[in-house]
Ligand binder design. Structure first.
Ligand code: AQP
Length: 328
C-alpha cells in the first residue's frame, strides 16, 4: 500500500480535463492504496474569490469527488484549510526555496504575464502544493501532466531539506495517465482545457447538460483535411477529440481511427456527444443526490480529523529537525 495524495481547486466548472487527466486515477488508486484527497481551497484564493461562492464550490468539488466514485470509507476526503498543518509547513518550505526556481514556473509566467502586481500567492503557490504533498509522507501524486513542473519542484525542495537534515521528507513521484494526461481546449487545441478560460465552449464541465455538451463539441475546432486520425502536430483539434472519445469509451485510438475511416467530422462529433453524455450522466445523477445530503459534510468533517491525525506527527518531526518550538 502506497500513500497517495492529490487535490483539486474549488474554482468551479470542474471539466473533463480535470477528470480524465487526474480524478479518474484517484478512483482507481483508492482500492489498493492509502489515499488522501483534498479540496485545495487555500490554492483558490491565489486569485480573488467571492466568499459565498467559494464555500459552495468547496462542497461542489467534494460532492463531485464522491459522485465519480471516491468512497470516504476507502479514501480520506477533506478540505485543505480544515487542517492547519498545510499553512505551517508551507512557511517552513518557503524558507527552503529560491525565488529563481519559482520564477521559472511556467504556470506563474502564463498567469502573471510579467505583471508586477501579480499576487504573491500566485508566485508561491507551488510551495503550498509541495507542503500539501510532503505533509503526509506521500509516495505517489496522481495529477495531470500540466503539474509535472510543480511535482519536480516539490521533489527538489524535499531532497534539498533531506540533504541538510537527513530523512525529513519522503520524496514523492508524480503519476500521470498514459492517455488524456493533458486534455486540450476545444476552441484552441494548442492550449490546455481550463476552468478559467473565458469561452465556455472551450471546455466540457462535468455538470454540463447534454445540449451544452452537444454545442461545445459541434463547435470544436478541427481542420480542413477531414480524416479522422491522430496527428498532434498537424491536426491537434481532431487528435484531442479522438483522445477524449477513447478515454470515455475505453476503445483504443487505432480502433477508433479504423471505425471512422471514410466518415466526416460531423458524424464523428455526433457520436462523441453520445459517448460523453453517456459517461457523464451517472456522475451527474449521483452528484445531485450527494450535494444535498448530510453525508457530504459528515465525510469532510471525519476526513479532516483523519488527515490531521496523520499530519500532526509528521509536522512535529519536521519542526524538530529545523529546531523550531519547544513544546514536546
Ligand atoms: N486540461 C487538463 N488536462 C488534464 N489534466 C488537467 N488538470 C487540469 N487541467 C487539465 C489536472 O486537474 C487537476 C486539478 O486541477 P486544479 O483544479 O487543481 O487546477 P488547474 O490545473 O489550474 O486546473 P485548470 O482547469 O487549468 O484551472 P484554472 O483555469 O483555474 O487554472 C490537476 O491534477 C491538474 O493537473
Amino acid at each position: 500500500m502506497a500513500r497517495v495524495f492529490s487535490g483539486v481547486q474549488p474554482t468551479g466548472n470542474i471539466h473533463i480535463g480535470n477528470y480524465l487527466g487526474a480524478l479518474r486515477q484517484f478512483v482507481e488508486l483508492q482500492n489498493d492504496n492509502d489515499c488522501i484527497y483534498c479540496v485545495v481551497d487555500m490554492h483558490s484564493i491565489t486569485v480573488p474569490q467571492n466568499p459565498k461562492e467559494l464555500r459552495q464550490h468547496i462542497l461542489d468539488v467534494a460532492a463531485l469527488y464522491m459522485a465519480i466514485g471516491l468512497d470516504p470509507e476507502k479514501a480520506i476526503l477533506f478540505v485543505q484549510s480544515d487542517v492547519p498543518g498545510h499553512a505551517e509547513l508551507s512557511w517552513i518550505l518557503t524558507c527552503s526555496s529560491y525565488t529563481g526556481e519559482l520564477s521559472r514556473m511556467t504556470q506563474f509566467k502564463e498567469k502573471s504575464r510579467n505583471n508586477e502586481s501579480a499576487g504573491m500567492g500566485l508566485f508561491s503557490y507551488p510551495i503550498l502544493m509541495a507542503a500539501d504533498i510532503l505533509l503526509y509522507d506521500t509516495e505517489i501524486v496522481p495529477v495531470g501532466n500540466d503539474q509535472k513542473q510543480h511535482i519536480e519542484l516539490c521533489r527538489d525542495i524535499a531532497i534539498r531539506v533531506n540533504n541538510r537534515f537527513e530523512n525529513t521528507f519522503v520524496v514523492p513521484e508524480g503519476k500521470y495517465m498514459k492517455s488524456a494526461a493533458r486534455v486540450m481546449s476545444l476552441d484552441d487545441p494548442t492550449n490546455k482545457m481550463s476552468k478559467s478560460a473565458e469561452n465556455i465552449h472551450s471546455r466540457i464541465s462535468l455538470l454540463d447538460e447534454p445540449s451544452k455538451i452537444k454545442k461545445s463539441i459541434m463547435k470544436a475546432t478541427t481542420d480542413s483535411e477531414g480524416t479522422i486520425r491522430v496527428d498532434w502536430d498537424e491536426k491537434p483539434g481532431i487528435s484531442n477529440l479522438i483522445t477524449i472519445y477513447s478515454a470515455f469509451s475505453g476503445i483504443d485510438i487505432p480502433d477508433i481511427e479504423k471505425k471512422y475511416e471514410g466518415c466526416g467530422y460531423g458524424d464523428f462529433k455526433k457520436d462523441l456527444v453520445d459517448v460523453t453524455v453517456e459517461a457523464l450522466t451517472p456522475i451527474q445523477e449521483r452528484y445531485a443526490e450527494i450535494r444535498k445530503s448530510e453525508e457530504l459534510k459528515t465525510a469532510l468533517k471525519e476526513g479532516a480529523e483523519k488527515a490531521n491525525a496523520i499530519a500532526v506527527p509528521i509536522l512535529r518531526r519536521v519542526k524538530k529537525k529545523f529546531g523550531l518550538g519547544v513544546k514536546k
